[in-house]
Design a binder for this molecule. Structure first.
Ligand SMILES: Cc1cc2nc3c(=O)[nH]c(=O)nc-3n(C[C@H](O)[C@H](O)[C@H](O)COP(=O)(O)OP(=O)(O)OC[C@H]3O[C@@H](n4cnc5c(N)ncnc54)[C@H](O)[C@@H]3O)c2cc1C
Ligand code: SF4
Length: 401
């Protein structure tokens, strides 16, 4: 949201008008459709009845990353897609209302409530992405001692090292994580955990493995070892860390059809590429990227070619061209390129089944186990796992304590 809108009276009118279109549905479909339980029906009701503080309280009570979600959540797939007003062709702009409220919270500073309970139990969480953060908040609110271990310098997982800054600012990520710190969660950054069992040996009662998917897949074709051939998530990370010293190709090829491929392509364009071509092996309808992402990518001037399979990457030490087979008519094409980026999905660096063992108190959350790979689903998963941990600790306590 444009910062000047914060004080813009006209924008406030737009917000009021939008909230007043809400049908205040009983058993609201929008709320049922939010994986994180953000409860739009309740916060829109408060907003509509001139209680923005109450609206913010509702968001924060259910969703530790309410501001982040208001920027990056594919809401058409969740709350806005389920809104009763969809039938009337104009769903309530829930994401815009949430963004307005979370922006307002920067001035109101509505506290995240926690009960004054104390449970003499320690939970270690490995990974500070949305899943780890959501689990930490649930547990600390219940009075547990929670320590989050993060191998990177910055906290937030892909919020800090993946999603491009033009869609999500580091300031907002840090602001929401600071609120988690204020609740009493302890963070240890620059600290890699090799094995969750190590934390059990150190006296933790349970451990949550929320390490995300950080190993980008590559292709089994010639030329992947050439200079300027890279993995999508590594490229986006380097852009966030040190864009100035990073090679910026003029003719860029991106392989893949998901949201990461769209982010990579748009980022390459923003960094000055003249031609950015996405090549995907199936049809456009089969691309896993959300529809808004595809539209924005095309609007940024990126070309999308479908039903093409990579055959080889060619060049003399550095990439110069790449060959593809058309899956429609068995022909091959060769395209000139000076940067070739593979965004064909990510996997876990470790085999989760070898690590997780609920009988010993080791659980997993987030992208490593979620069906949808989104922030809001990682939050859902973190909250659910926190409840499993509480159940586990209570059960073991009734046996041992
Ligand atoms: C480029 C990109 C764009 C995206 N865009 C969107 C979007 O617009 N909307 C959306 O909803 N979702 C988006 N996503 C997906 C979303 O970011 C993920 O679904 C979400 O971050 C997953 O949360 P997580 O907590 O499971 O894992 P992550 O966010 O991956 O966090 C895991 C953390 O664990 C840490 N870690 C790993 N191993 C260890 C270890 N051994 N010891 C200590 N720490 C460790 C990692 O460093 C990382 O910080 C995007 C993802 C990417 C990559
Ligand atoms: S489903 Fe739509 S109209 Fe109904 S409460 Fe939710 S936002 Fe309002």
């Amino acid at each position: 949201m444009d910062q000047s809108k914060k004080t813009d009276k006209n924008f406030e009118l737009v917000i009021r008008e939008e909230a007043s279109r809400c049908l205040l549905c009983h058993d609201a479909p929008c709320s049922k459709a939010c994986p994180a339980g953000t409860n739009p029906a309740k916060f829109i009701r408060s907003l509509r009845f001139e209680n923005p503080k109450g609206a913010i309280e509702t968001i924060k009570a259910n969703n530790v990353l309410g501001g982040v979600c208001s920027k990056v959540c594919p809401s058409k797939a969740y709350c806005e897609g389920a809104c009763s007003r969809v039938d009337l062709k104009t769903p309530i702009k829930i994401k815009m209302l949430q963004e307005y409220l979370m922006e307002l919270d920067k001035t109101l500073n509505v506290p995240m409530l926690r009960e004054r309970k104390h449970v003499d139990k320690k939970v270690g969480i490995v990974g500070s992405g949305p899943a780890g953060l959501a689990a930490a908040v649930e547990l600390v609110k219940e009075g547990y001692n929670v320590t989050v271990y993060e191998r990177d310098e910055k906290l937030g997982g892909y919020l800090s090292y993946g999603i491009p800054s033009d869609r999500l600012s580091q300031e907002l990520v840090d602001h929401e994580i600071n609120q988690v710190k204020e609740l009493g969660v302890e963070f240890k950054n620059n600290t890699k955990v090799e094995n969750p069992n190590d934390l059990l040996s150190d006296g933790f009662d349970a451990v949550i493995w929320a390490c995300g998917l950080h190993k980008g897949k590559t292709l089994n074709i010639d030329g992947t070892n050439l200079e300027n051939v890279e993995i999508g998530v590594d490229y986006l990370r380097k852009v966030k860390e040190d864009a100035k010293n990073l090679y910026a190709g003029k003719n860029v090829i991106v392989i893949g059809g998901g949201d990461v491929a769209m982010d990579v392509a748009r980022t390459a364009k923003l960094r000055g590429a003249e031609n950015v071509n996405i090549l995907y092996r199936r049809t456009e309808n089969e691309m896993p990227a959300y529809i808004d992402e595809k539209v924005e990518t095309k609007e940024a001037g990126v070309n999308i070619f479908v039903k093409f399979k990579p055959v080889s990457i060619e060049g003399n030490s550095k990439v110069e061209k790449a060959t593809f087979e058309s899956l429609g008519n068995d022909t091959t094409i060769t395209m000139k390129c000076d940067q070739y980026i593979l965004a064909i999905s990510q996997e876990s660096e470790r085999n989760i089944e070898d690590l997780v063992d609920a009988s010993k108190g080791i659980f997993a959350a987030g992208d490593v186990v979620s069906s949808d790979k989104t922030v809001v689903y990682a939050i859902k998963s973190g909250k659910e796992v926190a409840n499993k941990v509480i159940e586990y600790v209570n059960n073991t306590c009734s046996v041992k304590c």
